[in-house]
Design a protein around this ligand. Structure first.
Ligand SMILES: Cc1ncc(COP(=O)(O)O)c(C=O)c1O
Length: 354
């Protein structure tokens, strides 16, 4: 395999002159700042938000680099990992010409982002056991295939993909392979970030929205070669991570053990939820989950979903999705929330007879 990043990149991006923000030109913290047309008096809301934030979020990247054992310039931060997905498409896929490969059932934003960018979508479904079909994926590749999205643990099925299958795709495809690890903190396997040195075409995506409990701050991570990260930096909006978000994420990173405590509680809740669902006669299958949600096959999934909404319990109906006929996806809540769900679920499947 010969991976050539330059030939993969959209030609006009290779020659792009990026916007140079005031904070790019002078990065020091001391001085009289009359360069960015800010308000010198402070903010109209409590807190100090009158200055533009660091456009490259260096402090966060240095901390993350230590935790993830990469270099700071191998880290990209986006407004949610959804921003990284969109920027990868914009960097590598010529609208109306190139294509991406997705592996349904999988996370819906790959498809939406591709559609927004007028990029063709090729679909290679997972096997019945929700694992990859590497040979079929590679057969679907043509001269215009630029990105393959692999979600592991996968949403909505919850399972990790076998690493040997991911390696097979990485080793035999000359384009970008994105491994989306939004749920990796819940999984019993190490991240693919450890493979970055070996695979120049690998991009690993993670997020602060799940295990870290920071979904509202909108911050996601991309890890890749310094060359790929510099392309994402070139095309991102100048201040894509707000100052408030940067502040809060730095606080979270200064207490990295908090995430383990929360993950432990969520995993306990999941085991209990799975055990109780498996005891229910009506449930056809509770699929193995390496994430913080479970996929359950049950007759009348759609009706149950609507019934639960009336009970103010909101889950996800995935029954229209490839290979997920009659499937519901349930996020693990607190023990009280899980119990409320189970009680309402049981009351639908076993209505009280009068
Ligand atoms: C697999 C996967 N990737 C990415 C995301 C996006 O996460 P965010 O944009 O909040 O970082 C989600 C959100 O549900 C997801 O399930």
């Amino acid at each position: 395999m010969s991976f050539d990043l330059k030939s993969l990149l959209r030609p006009h991006i290779a020659g792009l002159k990026p916007y140079s923000s005031a904070r790019d030109e002078y990065a020091g913290k001391e001085g009289i700042f009359l360069d960015a047309n800010e308000n010198p008096y402070g903010s109209t809301a409590p807190g100090n938000f009158n200055r533009y934030p660091d456009p490259y979020q260096i402090e966060i990247k240095e901390k993350l680099a230590e935790i993830k054992k990469v270099k700071p310039d191998q880290v990209f931060l986006g407004n949610g990992s959804d921003e990284a997905i969109d920027l990868l498409l914009r960097a590598f896929c010529n609208p109306g010409k190139d294509n991406i490969i997705i592996l349904p059932p999988t996370y819906g934003m790959y498809e939406v982002s591709a559609a927004i960018n007028d990029v063709e979508i090729k679909r290679v479904p997972l096997c019945e056991d929700f694992q990859l079909q590497p040979q079929k994926i590679l057969e679907a590749v043509n001269d215009f295939t630029k990105v393959i999205f692999i979600c592991s643990p996968n949403n909505p099925t919850g399972n990790l993909m076998k690493k040997k299958d991911i390696y097979q795709v990485l080793e035999n495809f000359n384009g970008i392979v994105v491994v989306d690890e939004a749920y990796i903190d819940f999984a019993p396997e190490v991240s693919m970030v450890a493979e970055l040195e070996k695979y120049p075409n690998l991009v690993v995506i993670q997020t602060f929205s799940k295990a870290w409990g920071l979904a509202a701050l909108r911050i996601g991570m991309g890890f890749a070669s310094t060359q790929i990260i510099s392309i994402l930096n070139l095309i991102k909006p100048p201040y894509n991570i707000s100052g408030l978000t940067q502040e809060k994420v730095l606080e979270a990173l200064s207490l990295p053990n908090a995430v383990y405590g929360m993950v432990g509680k969520i995993m306990e809740g999941k085991n209990e939820l799975v055990r109780k669902l498996e005891e229910m006669d009506e449930v056809i299958q509770v699929y193995h989950s390496d994430a913080n949600f479970v996929l359950v096959k049950i007759p009348q999934a759609k009706e149950i979903y609507h019934y639960l909404i009336e009970e103010k319990i909101i889950i996800r109906d995935r029954s229209k999705v490839t290979l997920c006929d009659n499937c519901l996806r349930i996020s693990v809540g607190t023990p009280e929330e899980n119990e409320a769900f189970l009680t309402a679920f049981a009351s639908y499947t076993k209505p009280t007879t009068k």
